[in-house]
Design a protein around this ligand. Structure first.
Ligand code: ATP
Ligand code: MG
Length: 257
């Protein structure tokens, strides 16, 4: 059986094609853009073509993510909470807490032993504590997004960032640069401020190990390490952290078809 999971996030679209429950036939991450429907469909068709299949061969498609409503051709739409839970639990059956840090929101999900969602918390009110916050700061500091995590780990000294709001934090960063504060210290401070918001959410939901980190921000080594140190635990990272929601959607498609 062939299934697909499509996760239309605020920053990226993720598509996973599964053959059976375990075999990933195709996967891709592209930026969301303004025509997410057309882009998701092109990515899906392109991936199918690469492995010599067509749309008729697909048994079931589940769409998830912020923009799932636009994916009219999906057989079913499922919340991000359920899909991230399914994706993380499939790889780590010991997962009890899942932290997803995306471009626009962050979520903390608590699972029971069978992988059912017991509770969750979502911050989607502002960009603070999300990937977009880090993107804005990387641009300000003229350091590639892919490098800011490593740079933040180059020092143990963190510049004080008092604003949680992205716009005010951005002004603070501009001020710190003007005062000659090293960029590593500024980044350490920014990463610590994100982690502080996340740990607050984790403690409200209740920290239970194993803890799995998903979402694009998981590719940032600074967030991974500082969050692990702050929670004083060993955080599990899936093989494809950014694809966890799409993979979970494809697995649920296999179960629901
Ligand atoms: N290579 C990378 N290194 C570091 N950070 C990265 C990398 N690629 C993406 N990111 C971060 O991941 C974020 C996007 O994550 P993701 O793709 O999970 O978001 P999304 O699912 O579109 O958003 P949301 O779930 O909030 O709607 C970016 O904002 C960026 O901060
Ligand atoms: Mg997402």
């Amino acid at each position: 059986m062939l299934t697909a999971g499509i996760d239309v996030g605020s920053r990226t679209i993720k598509v996973v094609i599964l053959k059976g429950y375990d075999d990933i036939l195709g996967k891709q991450v592209v930026s969301t853009g303004i025509n997410s429907t057309g882009r998701a469909e092109r990515v899906l068709n392109g991936l199918l073509q690469q492995v010599n299949y067509s749309r008729d061969d697909l048994d079931y498609i589940i769409a998830t993510g912020y923009g799932r409503i636009n994916i009219a051709f999906a057989d079913e739409k499922v919340t991000e909470i359920s899909c991230h839970a399914a994706g993380a639990y499939a790889e780590f059956p010991g997962a009890r807490t899942i932290i997803d840090i995306g471009g626009q929101d962050c979520k903390v999900i608590r699972l029971d032993k069978e992988g059912r969602v017991e509770d969750f918390l979502m911050n989607d009110k502002c960009a603070a504590g999300t990937g977009r916050f880090l993107e804005v700061m990387a641009e300000n500091l003229e350091i590639p997004l892919t490098e800011i995590g490593e740079v933040s780990l180059q020092t143990r000294k963190a510049a004080a960032i008092s604003s949680t709001c992205t716009v005010f934090a951005e002004s603070e960063v501009v001020g710190l640069v003007a005062r000659g504060v090293p960029r590593a210290e500024i980044l350490r401070g920014l990463h610590k401020s994100i982690v502080k918001r996340l740990t607050g959410m984790v403690y409200r939901v209740g920290l239970e190990e194993e803890v799995v980190l998903t979402g694009g921000v998981c590719l940032n080594s600074g967030v991974r390490k500082i969050l692990g140190a702050e929670l004083d635990i060993n955080i599990k990272v899936p093989q494809y952290p950014q694809l966890a929601g799409a993979l979970g959607a494809a697995k649920l498609a296999w179960l629901n078809s």
